[in-house]
Design a protein around this ligand. Structure first.
Ligand SMILES: [Zn+2]
Length: 490
């Protein structure tokens, strides 16, 4: 996910009036399966309400859950990539009454989750512990009808049970996050991991990735964990950053007035840019957890786990490592971050493996390819490499290569035909030199200043040459010629 450069770039570490932030995140991700967790209803976003339902996910009496094997595979994949211990687990019933929960309980994992004790390393180098990543079912969706979308002001509410029983994995981090920006980095990296594993589409706005933040503060230097508040259902990275910042400052102000926050569940009010109390925090014993009698313990064999492990390829960390390793340095890090995008990465990887210089491959991927890829019906991996090869062999200039790439993406013709049709042949170097000489002769006063050492005029001359040659001149030949002429004149 591209990092946004909006106004809320907050400092790491976050420090406010002598306090630091302590944040743990719970990320719920819907798993991309064909069917639901315990029945064969379609797991599909956007269907007509209440069409993907059956007696099992509606909780009718006498029905029995049947565990979806694919869910187990996807959950284990998540656990492995988050360096968790994958182990024998059990299912529990979490009992509570709410209209979006037709059975009156949610089947979840409680004291024995399938994955526990892992970690995720962030691109900044910070390590965030993963307490657990367990399987559970989603609830139905309630829509409160009325202007505000809030229950208290609505005339009536609608319930869609298509989502009831959709498989989720809840990933619970340790309280290792100490700034809003770090929270964003964690969610962005985790989202990238989940998308690259093919387990989730990562769409926060459609609710397939939902984040709850547990926020507290403590005096700098202390290691205590103070009372935390849970902010529910943050559905964008922007809200996440703002809500954590607001909540942290709210706690500090309470302590400064000799008060203290109470443990509760809050929600983020996007309009008023503040958190507000939702309800007092439930304790585990409020839910009367008990072992789900209709499901056996889940005990994946070592062979099963190893088979799933062998299917994990090209995680963001692996992609980043491949590109940085190919460049053999940490330079171009912004472009590397762009090029590891799931859609772009196959191109840059293929180009480097085909022998294109990594610097060129990364640059064209992060810049030109990133700009065209969403509308590039004819840009195969092979055609991308073909264009880069022409540039590397100096058959076309850099500016021509950019034009060519764009045309190749949109035209169903061989690359060589497009080169001829657009007359994209690099200018002959001798021709380029004579154009440079004429440009110099036409601009005597600029030339005099350039000879005196005003290097910024280089761009002025290069631009003129490019204009006259229609972008066909080789930029390095133009610059070399200008420097040679300057040496003669000075
Ligand atoms: Zn069903």
């Amino acid at each position: 996910m591209p990092r946004s450069n909006t106004t809320e770039e907050l400092e790491i570490p976050w420090v406010y009036e002598g306090y630091e932030l302590v944040v743990g995140l719970e990320v719920h991700t819907e798993l991309k399966t064909r069917s639901k967790l315990f029945c064969s209803c379609a797991n599909e976003f956007g269907s007509t309400p209440n069409t993907n339902v059956c007696p099992v996910c509606l909780g009718l009496p006498g029905t029995l859950p049947v565990l979806n094997k694919t869910v187990v595979e996807l959950a284990i994949k998540i656990g492995l990539v988050l360096n968790c211990e994958v182990r024998k687990s059990t299912f529990h019933r979490k009992n509570y009454f709410y209209p979006d929960l037709p059975k009156g309980y949610q089947i979840s994992q409680y004291d024995l989750p399938i994955n526990s004790d892992g970690y995720l390393d962030l691109p900044s180098g910070h390590r965030v512990g993963i307490v657990r990543a367990h399987i559970e079912e989603d609830t139905g969706k309630i829509t409160h009808m009325g202007s505000s979308g809030r229950m208290d002001k609505s005339a009536y509410s609608l319930i869609d049970y298509n989502r009831a029983g959709v498989p989720l994995t809840e990933i619970v981090s340790a309280p290792d996050i100490h700034s809003p920006d770090q929270a964003r980095e964690y969610v962005a990296e985790l989202r990238g991991v989940l998308i690259s594993l093919g387990v989730s589409d990562g769409r926060m706005e459609e609710g397939s990735l939902r984040v709850d933040a547990n926020v507290s503060v403590r005096p700098i230097g202390s290691s205590e964990l103070r009372t935390r508040c849970e902010i529910k259902n943050l559905n964008s990275l922007r809200s996440l950053v703002r809500a954590i910042d607001y909540e942290g400052k709210r706690h500090v102000k309470l302590y400064q007035r000799d008060g203290a926050p109470i443990q509760e569940t809050r929600h983020w009010d996007e309009t008023r840019q503040r958190t507000a109390s939702l309800r007092s925090k439930e304790e585990a014993n409020d839910y009367r957890y008990f072992l789900e009698p209709d499901l056996k313990a889940l005990a994946p064999t070592e062979a099963f786990i190893r088979r799933i492990e062998s299917e994990i390829v090209d995680t963001p960390k692996q992609r980043r490592a491949f590109l940085i390793g190919s460049l053999s340095s940490e330079e171009m890090s912004d472009q590397v971050e762009k090029a590891i995008d799931l859609e772009l990465y196959p191109y840059v990887k293929h180009a480097i493996e085909a022998g294109i210089s990594p610097r060129l491959a990364v640059a064209r991927t992060a810049n030109e390819l990133a700009a065209t890829v969403s509308d590039a019906p004819y840009l195969s991996l092979e055609r991308f490499v073909e264009v880069l090869q022409l540039e590397e062999d100096k058959e076309v200039s850099s500016s021509q290569a950019k034009v060519l790439l764009n045309a190749v993406a949109k035209r169903d013709e061989p690359v060589s035909s497009i080169v001829s049709a657009l007359d994209l042949k690099k200018a002959d170097d001798n021709e380029t030199r004579s154009v440079v000489e004429s440009v110099v002769a036409q601009s005597p006063s600029e030339w005099a200043r350039f000879v005196e050492g005003q290097d910024q005029l280089m761009g002025f001359f290069v631009g003129k040459v490019m204009k006259l040659t229609g972008g066909k001149a080789d930029g390095s030949v133009v610059k070399d010629t200008l420097l040679q002429l300057r040496q003669i004149d000075s």
